[in-house]
Design a protein around this ligand. Structure first.
Ligand SMILES: [Zn+2]
Length: 222
């Protein structure tokens, strides 16, 4: 009920008249290195992190989530270890759950900084003005793909280097940008962000097997 479709197992719920603490452990498959996207195989350690979750009745909810830290096995990658994220629940560098972050972002969009902070205080959502505004300036990539995912290519500069833009077709907004247009990069993204039911290629879309994702010749020089 608390985490529908999310890869966690609830181990214990405790708390006081004001706060519920939900201890949960990630049951997700090993993640990919956020830098080089190589699939992790070796666990380095595990630790608990606290996430603010949406309130339940009059209770503030804290998810005490046990996550694993993995080694990145790719020798050329500068990142030695990374912490797994649980899709739909945790995001890198965020102390609120994905669900609560979504609420806070919506409130900030509708009300702006100070009124949003006042409303959050009234609703007992842990968020100050600075934190709310930061959600507006730096939207994060969702952990799950949108139901209808649009894929198209775009030129980084003057049509010579191509990337892939991923769009939530139903919400009409960009969800992520990939650094090239290879099918490998796109496949890795889909593995990391499950949930797409329909994938719509855009008019200029052409995913390439291997290579650097650049056109062999610049269309401007044709
Ligand atoms: Zn790596």
């Amino acid at each position: 009920m608390l985490f529908p479709g999310i890869d966690v197992r609830v181990e214990r719920v405790s708390g006081s008249s004001e706060v519920l603490v939900v201890e949960a452990v990630s049951t997700a498959r090993p993640g990919r290195c956020p830098d080089c996207r190589k699939q992790a195989r070796h666990t380095q350690s595990s630790y608990q992190r606290d996430l603010d979750e949406r309130p339940l009745g009059s209770h503030r909810v804290i998810v005490r989530l046990r996550v694993r830290r993995y080694f990145c096995d790719r020798k050329s990658c500068s990142r030695k270890t990374f912490v797994e994220q649980v899709p739909g629940l945790s995001e890198r560098h965020r102390r609120s759950s994905t669900g609560l972050t979504g609420w806070l972002r919506t409130i900030a969009i509708e009300l702006g900084g100070r009124p949003a902070a006042r409303l959050c205080r009234r609703l007992r959502l842990a968020a100050g003005r600075t934190r709310l505004l930061r959600l507006l300036t730096a939207p994060t990539v969702p952990n799950r793909a949108p139901r209808v995912l649009g894929v198209d290519e775009f030129a980084f500069r003057k049509g010579c280097t191509y990337g892939t833009v991923l769009v939530d077709v139903e919400a009409d907004r960009v969800v992520d940008v990939l650094p090239d247009r290879t099918s490998e990069t796109f496949a890795a993204w889909l593995t990391e962000h499950p949930g797409a039911e329909i994938i719509c290629p855009g008019p200029g879309h052409r995913l390439h097997q291997g290579g650097q994702g650049s056109r062999p010749s610049c269309p401007g020089s044709r």
